[in-house]
Design a protein around this ligand. Structure first.
Ligand SMILES: *Cc1c(COP(=O)(O)O)cnc(C)c1O
Length: 351
């Protein structure tokens, strides 16, 4: 009954083990403050629950346009940026044309191509975790994929690929997608090129800045491109509650979000320093809200021992180039202290 391309697949799994300190999903460590939740409650109570939401999410797009200094016509929203990844996979190029991306990277590029049945071209990163320009050029030249996905910064490695390389590569592919899920922590963007329609669109999300529960993602692109995507997206993809809550948080809660993001950035720098001081830990530089680190002990074992002591991180050691590696996101200062202490303890036990 189901297509073979579907029956071959495995459903997406995420780490759900309960833990005292959860640092495995790159979420913002801070929940909304009580006063802001009260504002949210009031706004939600005023929703006409029997009505469909605005398919254009006009008010929310206006607010985001102001924050990002673009026009609302440059924005289309998704049920998380995951949905926009699916919409782009459906809409850009012909089905027999493939999609390309460096690996390891965000798994959704592959998941969406697989479900739609499009070829994928995976290009291993260099040892230094930068994009391999030569191999990528070869793939673009030889296989003519319709799309090049770039997680910028890259999940799970945390680094920004060389901008000069990306500037050259994007000219060799019909469309490059700069997935800027961690933009608030990196400050680097291809927005200006996207607005000019230079073979690039930008993805953003509210998931990493405190609203992962809402499922709101955005694509920023040239107007005519955005209009095409409005034909593809399901009309009521962003729920009424999500629109209303995001509107309240992004207006009245703006200062809170900015404070939380700056906390995470300064804790990222502190954590980097502390991890560099630990013996038997190789930590990779990050422009996101998480770190990749390697220990000489089995990653499965380190992961398990951390979890036994109440700290949940992400095991990414099965990915190419990442033998022995774990990914940990920046938490609240006290959570980061617990993580550092627990990791030192585990490493001492394994020595
Ligand atoms: C977390 C993440 C996303 C977020 O997706 P949402 O569906 O908006 O939650 C997108 N891309 C990358 C690279 C991510 O790490």
């Amino acid at each position: 009954m189901f297509a073979r391309r579907i029956t071959h697949l495995k459903a997406y799994k995420t780490e759900t083990s309960p833990a005292r300190v959860k640092l495995s999903s790159n979420e913002l460590p801070y929940d909304l403050p009580d006063w802001l939740k009260e504002r949210v409650k009031k706004a939600v109570a005023e929703i006409p629950f029997n009505r469909y939401p605005d398919p254009y999410a006009s008010r929310l797009r206006e607010i985001l346009a102001e924050i990002w200094e673009v026009s609302p016509e440059n924005i289309v929203l998704g049920n998380g940026s995951d949905e926009l990844i699916l919409n782009l996979t459906i809409a850009v190029g012909e089905p027999y044309e493939g999609v390309a991306y460096p690996i390891p990277t965000f798994p959704m590029y592959r998941v969406c191509a697989d479900t739609v049945g499009r070829p994928v071209y995976e290009i291993p990163l260099q040892r230094d975790l930068d994009i391999d320009e030569e191999k990528t050029s070869e793939v673009l030249e030889n296989y003519r994929p319709a799309l090049l996905w770039v997680s910028y910064p890259n999940n799970p490695t945390g680094n920004l690929f060389s901008r000069e390389k990306l500037e050259r590569l994007r000219k060799r592919v019909p469309l490059m997608v700069s997935d800027e899920a961690y933009y608030d922590f990196s400050g680097e963007t291809f927005k200006d090129q996207a607005l000019k329609g230079e073979n690039v669109v930008v993805l953003r999300t509210l998931s990493k800045i405190g609203l992962a529960s809402l499922r709101v993602g955005a694509l920023i692109g040239e107007e005519s491109l955005v209009r095409e995507l409005f034909k593809v997206k399901l009309p009521f993809n962003v729920t009424y509650p999500s629109q209303v809550i995001a509107e309240v948080v992004l207006t009245e809660g703006r200062e809170f979000i900015e404070w939380a993001v700056s906390q995470v950035i300064s804790e990222r720098e502190r954590l980097l320093g502390e991890l560099q001081r630990l013996e038997n830990v190789e930590v990779f530089p990050s422009r996101a809200n998480f770190f990749l680190f390697r220990t000489p002990f089995g990653a499965d074992l380190v992961h398990k021992k951390l979890l036994e002591k109440g700290v949940l991180v992400r095991n990414v050691s099965y990915l190419p180039n990442l033998e022995g590696c774990l990914r940990v996101n920046v938490g609240k200062p006290e959570e980061n202290d617990i993580f550092l202490e627990t990791l030192s303890e585990v490493l001492r036990e394994l020595e």
